[in-house]
Design a protein around this ligand. Structure first.
Ligand code: NAD
Length: 259
């Protein structure tokens, strides 16, 4: 009989986490390693990756880092080729790297910035899955989780590029789930709300009144810790979520309950 512990365990499995040099991605990389996985931790921030690696030292699994720009096809293809040659398999992929972009009305939004946000947040998820899915298939199946946002189900003023990219992540997730459900690969997404990653904490310090207002608007009256979002993503990748396909798991302290 398979125990609950075994359904949560990633011993002998290989996981890929992007944006693993900070915030939610770092917590997910450490979380997979705590559960026994060999984790490929990806980012463009080498100092962040070094810190993630340092924090992983006492854990059951292990972490290998790679400097990869998730919006660059050749780099993503090279990464998956490296994982296949070193580890021979891929069981879980958390496509999580992302940027917010500036806050401007649509008529003032710089087009180059719009394209950059779409490239890092959306094209990256397409490229990730394009190269992850064949390796997962060759590994006998697996699970993908893509990071969307509450901005995938709302229209925050001033954030056209971000909201468009995250709505796109939701759409891509559903298509990938549909295309792969019968092939032993589950694809889902998470939609974090206000999450206290280093950038959000720094912004809150600069603008405490806005941060207070935002927290009041969250039914739980607090932002999420990055680990609370990472735990949801790891659970979606685990066998405990074995019948979830194409789902958008909103993890937002109730922020969007009221519509
Ligand atoms: P973060 O800034 O702490 O981490 C994001 C990481 O992605 C950084 O380490 C950054 O270097 C990396 N990254 C950026 N561009 C990259 C690229 N081209 N290639 C590889 N890595 C790149 O932010 P976070 O809050 O942990 O964000 C993780 C994800 O969660 C993002 O997709 C973000 O949109 C989403 N999200 C965050 C919040 C929040 O409140 N923090 C809310 C909703 C969704």
């Amino acid at each position: 009989m398979v125990t609950d512990e075994q359904r949560r365990d990633f011993t002998g499995k290989v996981a890929l986490v992007t944006g693993a040099g900070s915030g939610i991605g770092r917590e997910a990389a450490l979380g997979f390693a705590r559960r026994g996985a060999l984790v490929y931790a990806i980012d463009v921030d080498d100092r962040g990756l070094a810190e993630t690696l340092a924090q992983s030292e006492q854990l059951d699994g292990s972490v290998r880092t790679a400097h990869v720009d998730v919006s660059d096809e050749a780099q993503v293809a090279g990464l998956l080729a490296r994982i296949e040659s070193e580890a021979g398999r891929l069981d879980a992929a958390f496509n999580n790297a992302g940027i917010t972009g500036g806050t401007h009305r649509i008529e003032e939004y710089p087009t180059a910035e719009f394209e950059r946000v779409l490239s890092v947040n959306l094209k990256s998820v397409f490229l990730g899955m394009k190269y992850e899915l064949p390796l997962m298939l060759r590994s006998g199946g697996g699970a993908v989780v893509n990071t969307a946002s509450v901005a995938a189900v709302t229209g925050p003023g001033g954030m056209s590029a971000y909201a468009a990219s995250k709505h796109g992540v939701h759409g891509l997730t559903r298509v990938a789930a549909m295309e792969n459900a019968s092939r032993g690969i589950r694809v889902n997404a998470i939609a974090p709300g206000w999450t206290e990653t280093p950038m959000v904490v720094a912004n809150s310090r600069q603008n405490p009144a806005f941060a207070e207002l935002a927290k009041k608007a969250i039914p739980a009256k607090r932002g999420a810790q990055p680990s609370e979002i990472a735990d949801a993503a790891i659970w979606l990748c685990s066998n405990e979520a074995s019948y979830l396909y194409g789902h958008l798991l909103v993890v937002d302290g109730g922020m969007t309950i009221g519509g």
